[in-house]
Design a protein around this ligand. Sequence first.
Ligand code: G3H
Ligand code: 13P
Ligand code: ZN
Length: 326
Amino acid sequence: MVSFKELGLKNTRKMFEVSLEKKFAVPGYNINNLEQLQAIIIGCGETDSPVIIQISQGARDYANQTMLRYLGQGGVEMAKELGYNIPIALHLDHGNSFELCKDCIDSGFSSIMFDGSHLEYEKNIEVTKKVVEYAHKNDVSVEAELGVLAGIEEHVKSEVHKYTDPEQVEDFVNRTQCDSLAIAIGTSHGAYKFKVDKQEDIPELRFDILKDVRKRLGKFPIVLHGSSSVLKKYVDVINNYGGNLEKAFGIPEEQLRKATEFGVSKINIDTDGRLVVTAMVRKILAENPKEFDPRKYLGPARDELSEMIKRKNKEVLGSADQAKFI
Ligand code: G3H
Ligand code: 13P
Ligand code: ZN
């Protein structure tokens, strides 16, 4: 049993307290490997932003849970060495069972998500509550979810979309005692979020639901998953260098900014990072066919990713320059 505190990690309590007070969203960036982690530490360190480093089931299968926990710890040490004084949480993304959540808590995660969104309402409450009881004994934060996001990824699959019902949120939060709540207002996972032909046809998120939930929960942290913007700049590079991403559209950044103004406390971004890395690797290898040193293409991909993160923190989430208040 390792406590996250021994690893220098932070839970999300103070991050969300300050985010609610100052109206910005803490970034939840996903990692699967070393370069993504380095980019996040540098991107968030240089913008003085708090950060939640997220580990999905897919990441655990790819990189090994123990390895990822040590990577998280390495991230904390790297930040310290570089003189960045930013709070870092290590978070289980879309945990699907009590056992998995417990396992992560016991191995040093400081925050976990139990995703019971596919369960029937009472069952979602029952398991979330059990997870919260165990997590809180260890001072670990718990994110729960109500409503279902559509979208397809390795372990997060849903063809259907069900908006969060605002009438359920107070009962759910009171009975589970979760620390934050992910809601479904029209975002979805992956690079194909809307069935439209052009950017201008992307519909608005359901801000009416967000406002209603906010009114009912008061100052309580709300989370948005599936919030990549699927930046055209990188989709175009991918397609210009042999890729084939057709009609890939995400959540426009101005809508995410609007969501932070309505008090969303955490915004999850994975796909945008994947697109940056793929764009850079495709471009560099296409332009340098003799190259075979992974550092020569992963290094620039990492640097571009940290630039994207800095820009997101400053211009979209508003999390830049907020670490000092946490
Ligand atoms: O929300 C899901 C994350 O983007 C992780 O996706 O299961 O493919 O690692 P993954
Ligand atoms: P995106 O696929 O939009 O990046 O969403 C990531 C996410 O919600 C991770 O939990
Ligand atoms: Zn998600």
